[in-house]
Design a protein around this ligand. Structure first.
Ligand SMILES: *Cc1c(COP(=O)(O)O)cnc(C)c1O
Length: 421
């Protein structure tokens, strides 16, 4: 069972709303740090272990700074994400640039920062060479495709747009070797929000065996394997979190057998998780604006899918706490809605919650990754502020809410400039 608690009580949240009107996201620094340390501890047996935080999950420099101080790097996939990482001082090989369908200027920036470039396709070898030049260290992304013995959990990687086929991987590393690349890494990521820890052990198995085969055939050595992100979080209270310690131990056993046991050069274990790093430690706080009783019961919030898209986009479950009513019976079944003119703008459908009143504060859980970051401006909805509950117990604003001026900033309302075509 995942226990769904909120680090601030109703009085504290009410006090906060006097300074920061709802809706807002708030992140729990102490919990983020504790979790980061737990992840590192699970891989403490691997001296070069590194987690590259997937910036896309929560691209806020203050969160990135916290993670940097815990020893995390950045997993970037776009030019602005590289800039953000640079701004917080995470540069060089503390960045892995795992992009796809990548424009040359993004590769250029990654190379400028000394980031590890993770190629998504064999054709990008020539593309990178032509536009930027090949760096000394290169990583390639493997897509295992219709894996022999592939399990239901891995799903159908052959439908995914990412990565090299197995054959292309041999060909690609051969080309890179022949072009003078000296240092190598191997990457894969084929699942998202996976709660079965054995999946990650299985992924390590595939990569360790592949490292053996590639090394033998091509006479190259690997510095690291990157198992990607995708460690899931228990969005539903009845779900269990991933047993990180068991995953770490499982991978350790395989490492001893398939890397050390086979006389291969010791290599580093790398991850690029986003969701499990900040997801459970971020909350969307909103207020009940309206209650509506038609063919069913609706509770309308002052937040909408601009603040958290996952329920509307994926039908994702996000647990909801009515602040101050944590111990009340959940005997009110309703849809919890936002204000967008889209009927799928619902945070919950047919959810049993305590009897809510207009003005109640509602906390939507597990909004700390792919939450604020995914927000959009459809219906001219503005994205909310982000706050940080610091270890000291005080709260700081780490991103202000968008204003109407921000929203109009890309329009020139003073006149148009014509171009002859
Ligand atoms: C999205 C993504 C991640 C992070 O995934 P999480 O589910 O947030 O852990 C890591 N690597 C790549 C390449 C991604 O696209």
């Amino acid at each position: 069972m995942a226990v769904k608690t909120v680090p601030l009580n109703r009085e504290q949240l009410e006090a906060l709303t006097e300074r920061f009107p709802t809706p807002f996201h708030i992140y729990d620094e102490a919990a983020i740090r504790e979790n980061a340390r737990r992840l590192k501890a699970a891989f403490a047996w691997s001296p070069g272990f590194k987690e590259y935080f997937a910036v896309k999950a929560a691209p806020n420099p203050y969160l990135m700074k916290i993670l940097k101080s815990e020893g995390f790097g950045s997993d970037c996939s776009s030019y602005p994400e590289l800039l953000l990482s640079e701004k917080v001082g995470v540069v060089g090989e503390d960045i892995i640039f795992t992009s796809n369908d990548t424009p040359a200027y993004e590769y250029k920036k990654a190379a400028e920062l000394g980031a590890i470039i993770n190629l998504d396709d064999i054709s990008h070898i020539a593309y990178l060479e032509k536009h930027v030049g090949l760096p000394e260290l290169i990583c390639c992304r493997y897509n295992p495709g219709p894996l022999k013995g592939g399990n239901a959990i891995i799903g159908h990687p052959e439908e995914a747009k990412y990565g090299f086929t197995r054959e292309q991987l041999f060909e690609g590393y051969r080309m890179l070797r022949d072009k003078g690349v000296k240092r190598f890494g191997l990457h894969t990521m084929v699942a998202s929000n996976e709660l079965d820890g054995s999946y990650f052990v299985e992924t390590a198995h595939i990569l360790f065996e592949l490292v053996g085969e590639l090394s033998a055939e091509l006479g190259i050595e690997f510095e690291f394997v990157n198992l990607g992100g995708g460690i899931g979080i228990p969005y539903k209270p009845e779900q269990e979190p991933v047993d990180l310690e068991a995953v770490g131990e499982g991978i350790r056993n395989l490492y001893e057998e398939l890397i050390i046991g086979k006389g291969l050069k010791p290599l580093d274990i790398r991850l690029e998780c986003g969701r499990m790093v900040t997801g459970p430690f971020g909350y969307l706080v909103s207020r009940v604006l309206h209650k509506k009783n038609t063919y069913k019961q609706f509770v309308g919030l002052d937040a909408c899918m601009a603040n958290l898209m996952r329920p509307a986009l994926y039908g994702a479950y996000h647990h909801i706490t009515v602040s101050g009513k944590e111990n009340d019976p959940c005997d009110f079944v309703c849809d919890v809605t936002g204000s967008l003119c889209e009927n799928n703008d619902k945070f919950a459908i047919d959810r049993a919650i305590p009897q809510v009143e207009i003005g109640d504060l509602v906390v939507i859980h597990d909004a700390g990754a792919h939450g604020h970051a995914m927000g959009f401006n459809y219906n001219a909805k503005l994205r909310s502020a982000e706050l940080l509950l610091r270890e000291s117990g005080d709260v700081v604003q780490i991103r202000r809410a968008e204003t109407v001026e921000d929203h109009f900033a890309t329009l020139n309302l003073d006149g148009l400039e014509a171009f002859e075509v």
